[in-house]
Design a protein around this ligand. Structure first.
Ligand code: ZN
Length: 178
């Protein structure tokens, strides 16, 4: 396994629409292993392949993981499709590994159904709600080239992007000094 570099906004690759996976083979499993290790290292609770520069419809998630107990319950989603979004909405404060240190309250359907292929390529269907539903919808957005800040007003979004560009410049400056 290997830790990959996570792309951050406004990297243009984050805006691409990810392509379906043709077959869940060892190459895809290696990608998922690397993504999971990258996600735990970051740390985050979800990661889409495009965030590590691979525009394929692959997501890893672990909403239960915390560093104290160390128990991991990783979930793998290949070619996920969401349906039956509930009319009821829920609001979570969201962040994103590709939008470092920025958080905003986002409203999304509280429940939904996901169809996907698992780590072994088996077809699965699950009805999810709460944090799970929010997280999978956040990750599904990545597959369509959408970031959580795209759900905000233009003004708020531009403010965040400006901050990110500024912090990127600063960090590259620091690197030159070091
Ligand atoms: Zn994200």
């Amino acid at each position: 396994m290997a830790i990959k570099k996570i792309l951050t906004a406004p990297d243009p690759l984050l805006k691409t629409i990810s392509k379906p996976v043709e077959k869940v083979d060892d190459e895809i499993r290696k990608l998922m292993d690397d993504m999971l290790e990258t996600m735990y290292d970051a740390p985050g609770i979800g990661l889409a392949a495009v965030q590590v520069g691979v525009p394929l419809r692959v997501i890893v998630m672990d909403i239960s993981w915390n560093k104290e107990d160390g128990i991991k319950e990783p979930k793998y989603f290949v070619n996920p499709v969401i349906s039956n979004k509930s009319k009821d909405l829920s609001t979570y404060e969201e962040g994103c590994l590709s939008v470092p240190d920025q958080y905003a309250e986002i409203e999304r359907p509280e429940k939904c159904v996901i169809n996907y292929l698992d780590y072994d390529g088996k077809e699965k269907q699950e009805e999810v709600e709460g944090l799970f539903a929010t997280c999978i919808q956040h990750e599904m957005d990545h597959l369509e080239g959408i970031l959580f800040i795209d759900h905000l007003s233009k003004l708020k979004k531009n403010l965040i992007v400006k901050k990110l560009v500024k912090s990127k410049k600063q960090s590259s400056k620091e690197r030159i000094v070091a």
